[in-house]
Design a protein around this ligand. Structure first.
Ligand code: PMT
Length: 409
C-alpha cells in the first residue's frame, strides 16, 4: 500500500533521529517515495547523507537554499505529499505546528499541506508531560493530525519514563493507517475476534486449541489500514496488538462472549476468527490436580455459542449489519460451512481447511473458501493470511454496499 506514495518524512532534533533512518529505509523498501526534510538541529544528530543514501533522494535541509538551487518549493512538496510524517517530533516542533509557525521548511510544509499528518513525539518525560506540550498535542489532534504515543523506557538522559519515540514498526503501521483513513471502511466500526480460548481445568492447566491468533490479527490490521475503527477481542496469543486497535483481552469462551455482546451494539461488522472452545471442564479444581495411577476422566460442559447469541441479538436490533464467521474443517469443507452459515445466521463464512500445515492453525498462510448467504462460493488459492484478510474485507465492503451503507460513494 506504500508503493509510489509520496511521503514527506520530517526529522527534528532528537537523539531518536537515528531511529528515523530505519523508518526511512523501511518506507523506501516498501516502495514509498520518501522526501526527507531535516531541521537544523536534526542535522546535529544524523547527517543528511544517511537519509539521502537510504531514500535515494535529495534531503531538504534549508528552505531558501533549496528553493533557489533545486526548485523545490514547500508548496509543491506539500501538495504532492500523500502523508507528512514527523518522526521524531520535538516539543519545539510540536509547539510550532500547534501555533501555525512556518519558519523552516518542515513547519511551512505542514502548514501548506492537505495530506494527513502523523506525529511521533520524542522528548524527556517532563517536557512530554508538561501541560503546554499536552495542550499543543491535543490541539493538533483536534485539527485532525494523528499522534503515535511515545513509549515508556530508557531515555537519553539516563532516566526512565515516557517520551521514547515509538518503535519504527509501530510508526510504519500507523503511517499505513493514516494513508488509508479515507479507505473503503472509513468510519466503520469493526469487531474482530482472534486466538483460541482457554478453559481452565485447575490453576495451571487448561483445555485449549492451536489457534495462534494470526488470522484474526491480520483481519484487524487490514481493517485498520482501510480506515475502520477496530476492536480486537483477543484470546491469549504471542502476537503484538495491531497499533491503533482497541484491544480487549479475554481467556475463556464465556469472557469472549461477554466482550462480543458488550461491543456489538455500536458495531457495523463482527468477524469471528477466534477458535472458541465448544466445551469447558464441568469442574475447575481449586488446587493442582495430582497425578495418580487411576488416570483422569474429564467431564465437559457445552459453552455458549457466541454467534448463535449474536444472531438472536441481531434479529431484535438489526445490529451489526454484517456478521462473518469462520469454519475450521477437516472434511466436507463446503457442506459443513453451508450448514454453519445457516445455523448461525451469518452473512458470510470463511471455511478453512485445517488439515495441512500451510493452512488453518498457526500457519502464515491459509487456504479457504468464502461463501455467502446465497451459497455463492469463491474458492481461493493458498494465500498469506494478510491477503486472505483483504479478500474477506472486500466481501464485507460489498455487503455494506448492498445494505445501502455507502450512499455517498
Ligand atoms: O489463529 P490462527 O492460528 O491464525 O488460525 C486461524 C483459525 C484456523 C483459528 C481461523 O481461521 C478459524 O478457522 N477460526 C474459527 C475456528 C472455529 O472455532 O471454527 P468452528 O467451525 O468451530 O466455529 C464456527 C464459528 O463459530 C467460528 O466463527 C467461531 O468463532 C464461532 N463459535 C464457535 C464456538 C462457539 N462456542 N461460539 C462461536 O461463536
Amino acid at each position: 500500500m506504500l508503493k509510489d506514495k509520496h511521503i514527506v518524512l520530517g526529522v527534528t532534533g532528537s537523539i531518536a533521529a537515528y531511529k528515523a533512518a530505519e523508518l526511512a529505509s523501511r518506507l523506501a523498501q516498501e516502495g514509498a517515495l520518501v522526501e526527507v526534510i531535516m531541521t537544523r538541529s536534526a542535522q546535529e544528530f544524523v547527517a543528511p547523507l544517511t537519509f539521502q543514501t537510504l531514500t535515494q533522494r535529495p534531503v531538504i535541509t534549508e528552505m531558501f537554499q533549496l528553493l533557489s538551487e533545486m526548485n523545490i518549493a514547500h508548496v509543491a512538496l506539500a501538495q504532492r505529499a500523500d502523508l507528512v510524517l514527523i518522526a521524531p517530533a520535538t516539543a519545539n516542533t510540536i509547539a510550532k505546528l500547534a501555533h501555525g509557525l512556518a519558519d523552516d521548511m518542515l513547519s511551512a510544509t505542514v502548514l501548506a499541506t492537505r495530506a494527513p499528518v502523523l506525529i511521533a513525539p520524542a522528548m524527556e518525560t517532563n517536557m512530554y508531560e508538561n501541560p503546554v506540550t499536552q495542550a499543543n498535542l491535543a490541539s493538533l489532534v483536534a485539527r485532525g493530525m494523528m499522534v503515535v504515543e511515545p513509549e515508556v523506557g530508557h531515555l537519553a538522559s539516563g532516566r526512565h519514563g515516557k517520551g521514547r519515540m515509538a518503535d519504527p514498526a509501530v510508526i510504519l503501521a500507523m503511517a499505513k493507517q493514516a494513508l488509508g483513513r479515507d479507505g473503503d471502511l472509513a468510519g466503520r466500526r469493526v469487531v474482530v475476534t482472534a486466538g483460541g480460548t482457554q478453559e481452565p481445568l485447575d490453576p495451571v492447566r487448561f483445555v485449549g486449541n492451536r489457534s495462534s491468533g494470526k488470522m484474526g490479527y491480520a483481519l484487524a490490521l487490514a481493517a485498520l489500514e482501510r480506515g475502520a475503527q477496530v476492536t480486537l477481542i483477543s484470546a491469549p496469543t504471542r502476537l503484538s496488538p495491531p497499533p491503533g486497535a482497541k484491544m480487549e483481552f479475554v481467556t475463556t469462551a464465556a469472557e469472549m462472549r461477554d466482550a462480543v455482546m458488550g461491543s456489538i451494539a455500536g458495531a457495523d461488522a463482527l468477524i469471528m476468527a477466534a477458535a472458541v472452545a465448544d466445551y469447558r471442564p464441568a469442574e475447575v479444581a481449586r488446587q493442582k490436580i495430582k497425578k495418580g495411577p487411576q488416570g483422569l476422566t474429564l467431564r465437559l460442559r457445552p459453552n455458549p455459542d457466541i454467534l448463535m447469541e449474536v444472531a438472536e441479538y441481531r434479529r431484535s436490533t438489526g445490529k451489526p449489519s454484517v456478521v462473518v464467521g469462520f469454519a475450521a474443517e477437516t472434511e466436507d469443507l463446503a457442506a459443513n460451512a453451508r450448514a454453519k452459515l445457516k445455523a448461525k445466521g451469518l452473512d458470510l463464512i470463511v471455511a478453512n481447511d485445517v488439515t495441512s500445515s500451510d493452512s488453518g492453525f498457526d500457519s502464515d498462510t491459509n487456504r479457504a473458501l468464502i461463501m455467502d448467504r446465497l451459497g455463492q462460493t469463491s474458492e481461493l488459492p493458498l494465500l498469506a493470511k494478510s491477503e486472505l484478510a483483504g479478500q474477506v474485507l472486500n466481501h464485507v465492503v460489498e455487503l455494506f454496499r448492498n445494505a445501502g451503507f455507502f450512499t455517498s460513494k
